[in-house]
Design a protein around this ligand. Structure first.
Ligand SMILES: Cc1cc2nc3c(=O)[nH]c(=O)nc-3n(C[C@H](O)[C@H](O)[C@H](O)COP(=O)(O)OP(=O)(O)OC[C@H]3O[C@@H](n4cnc5c(N)ncnc54)[C@H](O)[C@@H]3O)c2cc1C
Length: 495
């Protein structure tokens, strides 16, 4: 099996595909446009302090472990993993309170009862149902390609497998199952991990905030970027070839068969197979030769997820009020949740706040990352300049001061870095600067999402957040498993 394969892009999609292919015996070269590896799972250094650039929550941990098993390595030889509890802390502006959500059932029931006694049983039954639903969906749909008619026939399975209406939205589903508005809102906010609007996407996404009660929440010392580093070291150790600063500008085709890539410096690289981890809509529009006549149908604001404004702060003060994962749920809930999907900035922001130094201590400093959902760039309503950044920063600092009961937080900020949708566009070629790729509305899920290959094109495969099964590190890890098994099957058929 001496075929050689070029993988374009070193996000978690590209890197995991490269390492799986290498493990199958292919000669793999990884091409990355940037001078660093890992895409949205890389790290960012701020005066010597290291932050995970974007992804911070390893929501579903199995795929992280599965990749190591698939390549016959022991994950514990490379990274330090522990289970954390509580899972989350949630601050509510509505009643000016905060609550700890633990995976320890007696502690959790106490929290739920304190919020709303009527929901104690409802919440527990949502947890168990989410786990069952996830297990069934995972096995039937999230690890397999959905490209053939046979796959499409399986759609019937999913209807019978899951005892709930997939057509209902997260909001409709939670409203039917819980009484407390606070609990509903906190789960709606957390259902947005993949950049979806919980008022406009399948109730499937309510699984995300509930699954960790059953599986536990893992913490990787050094962050998700440490996981990436370990993959890079294995890939290199096994003889993988990595070329950074190597932007691909075109795929080279012979008729409808991909035979290599053209780099920005005009160098041509030829291969038996090309795997593309660059965002699908960007690749369709920019990397496929025009003669193939394949159009990008994803080009309007509503085709994409929202984006994020990220603040990374080094704070010269311990903040025990924070847990590792925190949500701040503000008033005017629906308006602010929907604002980024309607093209506007939130006026009273809901925030996700990550504070890894609660467990991974860094002297007297606290490192915090704040994720604020903002519109993707195709809405064209927000100008990303210093004025916008300054105003968002002030609004975020005010919100933090109020909930954490700290005055003059600004005075404790030692270093700060910001990431805007323009950074996603410019650094990673993320179409529309959308942080989570093509959106996960009903029309872009499962069979309707771009798959790992395009009908009628040979030897070109896709991995990453805009392909099936979707965004999120664990889910993208599944996309590389799907692409690699499809490549293996296609090669077998050719032999
Ligand atoms: C703010 C934010 C927070 C998030 N938080 C979480 C979280 O907590 N948990 C979670 O599981 N997920 C999270 N996600 C989602 C997760 O980070 C992404 O879904 C995932 O990392 C996407 O991986 P990818 O490989 O598809 O894409 P990317 O990481 O975008 O990788 C694509 C790579 O291709 C390279 N590339 C593009 N074009 C070219 C070219 N022409 N030539 C060569 N190279 C090219 C890019 O530079 C990049 O390295 C978050 C996302 C964002 C934006």
């Amino acid at each position: 099996m001496n075929k050689n394969i070029l993988v374009v892009g070193s996000g978690i999609g590209g890197l995991s595909a490269a390492i799986r292919l290498q493990n199958e015996g292919y000669a793999v070269t990884l091409l990355e446009k940037n001078s660093f590896l890992g895409g949205k799972t890389s790290n960012l250094s701020c005066n010597g302090f290291k932050f995970d650039l974007c992804a911070t929550i390893p929501v579903i941990f199995d795929p992280y472990i599965e990749l190591f098993k698939d390549i016959n390595e022991n994950i514990h030889d490379y990274i330090d993993i522990s289970l954390i509890d509580p899972l989350y802390k949630v601050f509510f502006e509505n009643n000016n309170s905060n609550y700890i959500f633990s995976s320890c059932i007696p502690k959790l029931t106490e929290t739920i009862s304190n919020i709303d006694n009527r929901d104690f049983k409802n919440y527990l039954s949502l947890i168990s149902k989410s786990y069952i639903d996830f297990t069934e969906i995972n096995n039937v749909f999230l690890k397999v390609p959905l490209t053939t008619n046979k796959d499409i026939l399986k759609l019937k399975n999913i209807k019978t497998l899951i005892n709930k209406d997939l057509d209902s939205t997260c909001y409709e589903y939670l409203k039917d199952n819980l009484k407390s508005e606070l609990l509903i809102n906190s789960l709606l906010f957390q259902s947005m991990y993949m950049g979806v609007s919980p008022y406009n996407t399948s109730s499937l996404f309510t699984i995300l905030p509930l699954i960790n009660y059953s599986t536990g929440m893992f913490f990787i010392r050094g962050g998700i970027s440490s996981y990436i580093k370990s993959l890079v070291s294995i890939f290199k150790k096994r003889g993988g070839n990595i070329k950074i600063n190597s932007e691909v500008t075109k795929f080279i085709f012979n008729n409808r068969t991909c035979i290599g890539v053209l780099l920005k410096n005009n160098e041509q690289l030829f291969s038996d197979i090309v795997v593309c981890n660059a965002d699908v809509p960007y690749a369709l529009e920019n990397l496929l030769p025009k003669e193939l006549n394949i159009k990008n149908k994803y080009n309007s604001a509503n085709d994409f997820s929202c984006s994020s404004f990220i603040m990374h702060l080094v704070i010269d003060k311990r903040i025990p009020q924070l847990s590792i994962h925190n949500s701040i749920i503000s008033e005017n809930f629906k308006y602010n949740i929907e604002a980024p999907f309607n093209g506007y900035l939130q006026t009273n922001p809901h925030l996700y706040v990550y504070c890894p130094t609660r467990i991974n201590k860094t002297g007297n400093y606290e490192l915090i990352t704040i994720n604020l959902r903002v519109p993707n760039l195709l809405f064209n309503n927000v100008t990303w300049n210093n004025k916008t950044i300054y105003s968002l920063k002030n609004s975020i600092i005010n919100t933090l001061e109020k909930h954490l009961k700290i005055s003059n937080l600004q005075n404790y900020i030692k270093y700060e870095k910001y990431i805007t949708p323009l950074d996603f566009l410019n650094a990673f070629n993320s179409y529309a600067g959308a942080g989570y790729g093509i959106n996960h509305s009903f029309k872009n899920l499962l069979f309707f999402r771009p798959q790992c290959k395009i009908k009628g094109l040979n030897n070109l495969y896709f991995v990453g957040a805009s392909t099936h099964p979707g965004a999120g590190v664990s889910i993208v890890l599944n996309s590389s498993k799907i692409a690699v098994s499809t490549i293996n099957e296609d090669i077998k058929k050719q032999q």
